[in-house]
Design a protein. Structure first.
Length: 288
């Protein structure tokens, strides 16, 4: 093997390590009729969702109920970070302003993030939550994300379509993993069931936001590039009804996720502690 072949081989290895081969041959042009700025914003929305949730899950470290669960949460966080990396890279390249995924993740102010607020609240291990709240949030998010990505797999944007199709199996595993914990706690007696019900109550007020489209989401859905999240409301509700039935849990009121009026996380309006979360996440990159 000569030097050129060795370098090519090393590049192939790096691509596999970074999970890039499936994306390397995808058409990266902006579909006709789609505004680059809106496609960039949409990718940032989807990327911010998983970036922030990965950060929240990583806070558990080895604090979960058992070491196996600590490893499971870490694996889920890594899966979400891989989605975030691809989506924020896409947002940067479409934007054309010289910002890559690292600049978008670590050098934007908190008000420029566009994630739904469900992913940012403290569900534990801090004093604002408990492990059952983390399980409830993961169930809600993964069920919603899986339903959205099933539709996004048909996107006219080839990058989004490839990412969505390639993520479905992992998202299904995330959803089912969380469902098992919800059932385990909810179907138990006494304190476990009470904690699970409290965890659901903790996250339920933020679920309505998941199903109200931002104007950018609505326009891209009309153009065949994005997904109108209102379309997945019934599908997600069906998943929750099944899990809650087995877990012997009641859906909080209102049972249809409630009413949400903008502005919200998609508009850059976040919960009170979000600036501290972003500062913690960005500290090392900004101090380097």
């Amino acid at each position: 093997m000569n030097v050129r072949e060795a370098r090519a081989g090393a590049a192939d290895v790096q691509q596999w390590v970074l999970g890039a081969p499936s994306m390397s041959t995808v058409d990266r042009s902006v579909p006709g009729g789609v505004l680059a700025a809106e496609l960039s914003q949409y990718c940032a929305m989807l990327g911010d969702d998983v970036l922030i949730l990965a950060h929240r899950l990583s806070e558990w470290g080895v604090r979960a109920l058992e070491l196996e669960e600590s490893a499971a949460l870490g694996g889920i966080a890594l899966d979400l970070l891989e989605q975030a990396r691809i989506l924020l890279h896409r947002a940067g390249e479409v934007e054309g302003a010289g910002r890559d995924e690292d600049r978008l993740a670590y050098f934007r102010p908190a008000e420029d993030f566009r994630n739904v607020r469900l992913v940012e609240i403290d569900c534990g291990p801090g004093p604002g939550g408990d492990f059952p709240a983390t399980a409830a949030r993961l169930l809600l998010f993964a069920a919603w994300r899986h339903a959205v990505f099933e539709r996004l797999a048909g996107s006219r944007d080839a990058v989004l379509a490839a990412l969505a199709a390639g993520s479905l199996n992992r998202l299904a595993r995330h959803r089912d993993h969380a469902a098992q914990w919800v059932i385990r706690f909810g179907d138990a007696d006494g304190d476990s069931a009470r904690r699970m019900a409290a965890g659901i109550q903790r996250v339920w007020p933020l679920t309505a936001e998941l199903f109200v489209p931002h104007p950018v989401e609505a326009r891209l859905a009309d153009l065949g590039c994005g997904v109108d999240p209102a379309q997945v409301r019934d599908q997600v509700g069906g998943v929750l009804d099944e899990v809650f039935s087995v877990a012997r849990l009641q859906r909080p009121e209102p049972a249809d996720f409630g009413v949400f009026a903008r502005p919200g996380g998609r508009d850059g309006v976040h919960t009170g502690d979000f600036e501290f979360l972003v500062a913690d996440m960005q500290y090392l990159a900004r101090s380097g």
